[in-house]
Design a protein around this ligand. Sequence first.
Ligand code: 9WN
Length: 447
Amino acid sequence: MSAELWNSAVRVLETNWSGDHMVPSRKLYPHQWSWDAAFIAIGLAYVNPTRAWRDLRSLFEAQWPDGRVPHIVFDPATAEADYFPGPGFWDVPAYANRPARGSTGIVQPPMHAIAAWDVYRHAAAHGANCAQEARTELEWLYPRLVAQQEYLTGRRNVGGGGLVSIVHPWESGLDNSPAWDEAMANVPADLSLLTTYKRRDLDVSAAAHRPTDVDYARYVGLVLTYRAEGYDDHDLLDRHAFAVECPSFNAIMAGAELSLAQIAGVLGLAAEAAAHRERAQRITAAIVKRLWNPQSRTFHALDVKTGKLSPEHCVSGLMPLMLPDLPAEHVEAIMTEARSSRFGLEGLPAPSYDRTAPGFDTMRYWRGPLWINVNWLLRRGLLVHGFRDEAEDLRTAMVRLVHRNDHFEYFHPITGEGLGAPAFSWTAALSLDLLADRSVPAYARAA
Ligand code: 9WN
């Protein structure tokens, strides 16, 4: 099974390589996506570290002068009609040496420091040339990764409590999660926007899987207001209709600081390494302070505009498990939630949403189906806190699922059937990692 899965994953990554970057899927997502590039690099490192670095470099070459890393870098060879919302809709001005309309103006979770550190660790196994290349790439990336963190902790500290606010559900990567429902209800939904702008996702995938038109009208409206201000972040709390602190995004922020500490260590920057570790601790403490609900005993998304925590139990609430400084009480609570009938880590990996919720939908995007990338993060959390048996069960469940059902974008949370785009890059890349890497993150607690 291992060789067959390995070879099929390598084939997917070969097909989806576009010269200097990887597309998530040829048909549905024909450009480069930010957090996809990070997950992809982690797996590519085993088979082609040069491409893994190239993919990360392509993305960071499109970094904005203010430090933001755009959620999509558009491929100029791909027609506007091949993805909505495309470059013309985002209408981003030229910056640095990049032409206008080269990217979007929003971000995605900053997974890249975690990826860069993993690629670096694994590249050494490919011999001296790859080790030298890894060092050079790490030196190039480090200040850019730091600038990304500074943008997010600075301009995006909309709530003032030390966490990052996302200003669009697409920034979370968990786009259509019920975690945003209450906050999104306050965003105007102008359905007439969908006559001006035509959705393309429905031409290539089933409507029952995708967000509704009302959701899309809100997504489009949010971009239009951000775009109208030149994607400027001043006074977002008053000006912008959506500002939410997501437990998953912020856990990844803190995880990135820990990986930056490792990177700074390798680059001989001891004082910076210590500062990164401290920032990770501060973000962890802020997640506990701001996103924990002692009644529901899980982490929720916080609507910064209303000050209310979302009532929904989503897989994003389990993600702070990846943080080594998470207090024992919260670790235990996440484990209880992860083992419960809501997310039941038995047999199949965890679904994106509470199985027991009335709105649990086995088909619809981020409202039930299960994704390999979030389960990969969950496994990381299990390892960080020494839950080795559960981590191994989850690893085998993911490997079995992809082997049986192929490299789909996401999977049916009851039958395991593959859903969404086939030949999906991060599923393939992370399968390579799950087959190859049994190691434990350097900052894991002793079991
Ligand atoms: C919008 C590319 C991306 C992922 C996201 C996933 C989906 C896009 C869409 O696809 O989002 O960015 O069109 O729905 O939700 O996590 O990065 O794979």
